[in-house]
Design a protein. Structure first.
Length: 165
């Protein structure tokens, strides 16, 4: 059975997204990109923009499941709060569309893709390109989103069992 997974790397200014298909242990790249909000706009307008762009992607690609990277702790409390709010929108869009949504720490994503929990963005992008050769030149936020989707593909069976319990 083929499962289509939407991976999301949340951010208020730039959110990366990536779509893969998983059939058994075989992964295939479908598409990837970023959605953006404008820095100068009010926060509510930026959140609506983020939400509507994500809903458009979900409607276009019809994923079966989604996965979102958990946020890291930021030194600036205001930045951390805004990122958390944006992450809430990133979780809401696929959940409202009826998708199962997995959440994974950055270290778990990196370990799943690179084999090391503290890999840098370049290492992640390189491994994503190797695991998904048809992904081409992936920008950093989209590469992170594809890595989240790959992580979910590797852990989804466990995630579903925990969710059903």
């Amino acid at each position: 059975m083929t499962i289509r997974i939407l991976g999301l790397d949340p951010g208020l200014r730039i959110t990366g997204w990536g779509i893969i298909e998983c059939e058994g242990s075989r992964l295939s790249h479908i598409d990837h990109g970023i959605v953006q909000s404008k820095d100068g706009e009010d926060l509510p307008i930026r959140l609506v923009s983020l939400y509507t762009q994500l809903i458009d992607i979900i409607q276009q690609y019809t994923p079966d499941e989604a996965a979102v990277e958990e946020t890291f702790v930021n030194k600036n409390p205001l930045s951390a709060l805004k990122l958390g709010i944006a992450r809430g929108v990133v979780l809401l869009a696929p959940a409202q569309a009826g998708l199962i949504v997995g959440e994974y720490s950055a270290n778990k994503v990196k370990k799943s893709v690179v084999g090391v929990g503290h890999a840098d963005k370049n290492q992640v992008a390189m491994m994503v390109s190797r695991l998904l050769p048809k992904s081409g030149g992936v920008v950093k936020d989209a590469a992170d989103a594809l890595a989240v989707a790959i992580c979910h593909a590797h852990h989804r069976t466990f995630f579903q069992k925990v969710r059903m319990a």
